[in-house]
Ligand binder design. Sequence first.
Ligand code: GLN
Length: 295
Amino acid sequence: MTYGELKNLAEDRLTLAGIADAGSDVRIMLTDLAGAGPAFVAAHAEDEVPAETLERFMAALDRRVRREPLQYVCGSWNFMGLDFTVRTGVLIPRQDTEILVEEVLRVLHDGMRILDVCTGSGCILISLLRYSNDCIGTGCDASPKALAVARENAAALLDDMTHVMFCEGDLYGALEAGGEAPDGGFDVIVSNPPYVPSEVIDTLEPEVRDHEPRMALDGGRDGLDLIRRIIDGAGDHLIKGGALYLEIGFDQGAAVSGLMKAAGFAEVEVIRDYAGLDRVVRGTRPILEGSISAG
Ligand code: GLN
């Protein structure tokens, strides 16, 4: 089979499988899995694809036809300009989350200690460490599968593995298990927790619904189960003046900023993503506690 034939066949099969932008998927798959970018395919349309490449590509195509996410099929995905390994069992990094990283980067300075709750692939924590100086990061997650991927990503993307650690457990409970909480607390806590309301999950694309880990998506009845617990526990793990940054669903800005204010956070702010949707809520643990909520 030639490159031209393979491209057409792949596009036809993905279109038939109900994938909207089959052309884009095929371009990415040919580039990543067959080393054949669009220019190469155009120049070599009449050339035979080597047997080994063809076999590998066809196996990947079968997975994609079954609506396995493109990112799992390719095995890695770009986030904040870095290539993260992803596979079944770990939430795929979303571009929407880059705004969360960018907001935290604005306040980071040398030596800060960062806690990433529900770290998943590690994409948030690793990006923060990669684009700052001498910060120290702890990532926790309830899923050992996710932590294995996060550790792999840290080893591949960070020069200094002594500044990052990962621990397994239920939210802040992971810190006790890992014995990793710094004296006095963290300067920043960041999290992209599961926040999709349980009943919404069944309405999502098959890629997400059937293949991504439910525990990374399901936030309970109103989507806020984990967010509530993260906000409630944050005060005990942040230094005074430290900040909490949470990713939220587009319709959760008012609810989550209300929860943060009720928990005594100051300077609570809802931040929009590049699509203009509420995406991040941040708040500061006051230096003088009680002064804000009393007012
Ligand atoms: N943004 C993700 C989605 O809609 C949800 C991620 C999450 O729950 N943290 O699929």
